[in-house]
Write a protein that binds this ligand. Sequence first.
Ligand code: MLT
Ligand code: MN
Ligand code: ZN
Length: 306
Amino acid sequence: MKIRVLGSAAGGGFPQWNCNCRNCSGLRNAALHATPRTQSSIAVCGTDARAWALVNASPDILAQLKSSPVLQPARAPRDTAIAAVVLVDGQVDHTTGLFMLRESTRPLPVWCTQNVHADLTRGNPIFGVLGHYCGIEHHPMRIDGEGFEVAGVAGVQWRAVAVASKPAPYSPHRERPQPGDNVALVIREPQHGRSVVYAPGLGSMEAAVWAEMQAAHCVMVDGTFWSDEEMIGMGLSRKRAREIGHLPQSGPGGMLEWLARLPAGTRKILIHVNNTNPILDEDSAERAQLNRLGIEVAYDGMEIEP
Ligand code: MLT
Ligand code: MN
Ligand code: ZN
């Protein structure tokens, strides 16, 4: 099994088009030791190196595909290595790329929960729009612990675990999140029994996802914000990290405290990093702290073979 990080940034990317925070302006002016990042997506392949599951379809997907030649095997006049799409939520940064896949020569197989299917049918009717192009083939993703396999991507087993976060603003229950609005994925290679937990949106650590993280060989988890008040402090938002469904890294009960409790051999990677997060500055004290703790920061093009 191989995982390729297509986009390691949160919604907005890094730099974000209209943002002049220290990180975004520093990156533009080459005054910062940092790397640009596109919006949130990974790709997963099993025993067939030419069949990948796209996990989340980023607004930046076309650029991501251009920089990932492995996803274009060129066996036919129209071809792709993307065998299916798996969605962890219905947010803009994870679904807008579906529009860019509309030239697909067959209905796009999409695995998502009923909640996400509802949001992408009503609040943000991407699935209805795609019906006028390639269409989609919906595969319901269950959150009752039942695993699933993604047709075409052999040698990988999947399980969705409901997590506490926030559905998209166009969800009818944005302020009353329900199980299935956001999931973590347990991605497992049965051949070697190795598993990865991927959870780019994790608002608080509940028992189910924590148990999965403790059993995994690698965790790729919510790296959106360093502090709960990050965006408030910069005058960019009135909302705390937790209020928009992201557990901050620092502070009591923050992600760093949880990661420190994982078994020593677990590979720990922060992903879905917001452009305001000081860990993007590779010379920052916060990044040095991660280095000391053995926590990695995902970057575009990163490959993981757990
Ligand atoms: C989030 O993860 O909170 C959202 O994706 C933010 C956004 O893209 O609007
Ligand atoms: Mn997001
Ligand atoms: Zn910024």
